[in-house]
Write a protein that binds this ligand. Structure first.
Ligand code: PLP
Length: 389
């Protein structure tokens, strides 16, 4: 890949089709509510059980009483929209997803504000991205307003599960998979959509503690023409072995390089990366098709530009980054994504190098701005927050 001149992101990265789609106003939640019919869980947790489950929260291990569901059948479309008891699924052992991995997902949070109201962040971004992923994986698209309605109806059924502690939220996991019982290799004729909800504490415990990164030089998470831009389970499956390698090298997370030059930084297994230069410029890798376009990345770019910073989408070579860290030209590197929000990278390690990065001033400034908007303690100049309940 040729070294491309750094393009100012003022227009380019903010005007992506996804950022554009996300900016379309969403109808009031009261007008979307009721599209998914509630069948209350007769075995919902007691208040004592729920209070117990909400103490000492981690990530992704506790689930609420209900889940949203709809089914798609070829020639018919989406039917059976419901909020039903959270519980195990009945699936044919021949279900296509179990064999060929035809699956996509999303991740978005519900936040409780001080007045008790419940909000989410840019839901149309995730709705539109689900459909970008759907097209790549030959799955049916879900109308964006049905996606948002499923979050409204699920959160209204399980609102008492949204925690209120610092950094806590209700993590919502929408997903779509091929449930048709058929071993032929083709796009499935029956597909299910679910949303499950998990009250969660901070993703990385211990606040803005820097994490260490293993830069994988043997494995890539995505290749040209592949599925890197889609949020699909297979991308995560292929990142697990490199993640184990990172752990064996004493690192918290793995960072991938592009598969063509094997020189340029792309992203972590589930987070985008940003580099802060000594002059305050922030650089992030171009969306090359092998990188997932994060909602957090998009919002951070906007907030940085709002605060007068220069932001560029760039080709960031590992070699260049290492020498810029050594020379002091790069002051901070951080990762960003919905689950963890913003995390400083304190150490980059790989075959033949091991460098530390001290700075985190811009990282923590952006963390505070973004979480302030999400938790309703800062002004929301772009109307990113959407009231669910
Ligand atoms: C989900 C994801 C991200 C972060 O996206 P957000 O919308 O910010 O949560 C980044 N990279 C990958 C590979 C992802 O799957």
């Amino acid at each position: 890949m040729p070294e491309t001149a750094a393009a100012a992101t003022t227009s380019s990265s903010l005007e992506t089709p996804l950022a554009h789609a996300a900016a379309v106003a969403v109808p009031d939640a009261n007008d979307l509510a009721g599209r998914f019919l509630l069948a209350p869980n007769p075995e919902a947790a007691s208040e004592a059980e729920r209070v117990q489950a909400l103490t000492d929260l981690h990530f992704g291990s506790v689930f609420t009483d209900h889940m949203a569901h709809a089914r798609w059948t070829r020639g018919v479309g989406w039917t059976d929209h419901e909020i039903t008891a959270y519980g195990d699924l009945t699936l044919s052992p021949a279900a296509a997803v179990l064999h060929y991995g035809q699956e996509i997902f999303e991740g978005i949070k519900a936040y409780r504000h001080a007045d008790g109201s419940i909000w989410t962040f840019r839901p149309r971004y995730n709705a539109a991205r689900l459909n970008i992923s759907a097209r790549r994986m030959a799955l049916p698209e879900l109308p964006e307003e049905d996606f948002i309605a499923s979050l409204v109806d699920l959160v209204r059924a399980d609102g008492h599960w949204v925690p209120s502690g610092e950094g806590e939220s209700l993590y919502l996991r929408p997903f779509v998979f091929a449930s048709a019982a058929f071993l032929g290799v083709r796009a499935a004729d029956v597909v299910d959509y679910y949303v499950i909800a998990s009250p969660s504490g901070a993703y990385f415990t211990g606040g803005l503690k820097p994490i260490s990164i293993w830069v994988s030089q043997n494995f890539h998470r995505a290749g040209r023409g592949g599925t890197g831009f889609a949020k699909t389970g297979g991308n995560y499956a292929s990142s697990l072995l490199p993640q184990q390698e990172a752990a064996a090298k004493g690192c918290d997370q793995v960072c991938f390089l592009d598969d063509v030059t094997e020189r340029n930084l792309e992203e972590l297994g589930g987070m985008n990366i940003m580099v802060v230069d000594h002059d305050g410029t922030v650089r992030t890798p171009h969306l090359t098709g092998t990188i997932l376009e994060g909602s957090t990345r998009s919002a951070i770019i906007r907030l940085l530009i709002d605060s007068g910073r220069h932001v560029v989408e760039d080709t960031i070579s590992l070699e260049g980054l290492l020498s810029d860290i050594e020379s002091g030209r790069v002051r901070e590197v951080f990762a960003c994504g919905t689950a963890a929000v913003v995390v400083p990278l304190g150490r980059l390690k790989g075959e033949g190098f091991d460098v530390t990065i001290e700075g985190s001033a811009v990282t923590s400034e952006i963390h505070d701005r973004l979480t302030g908007i999400q938790y309703g303690t800062y002004e929301d100049p772009h109307n990113w927050m959407y009231r669910l309940a």
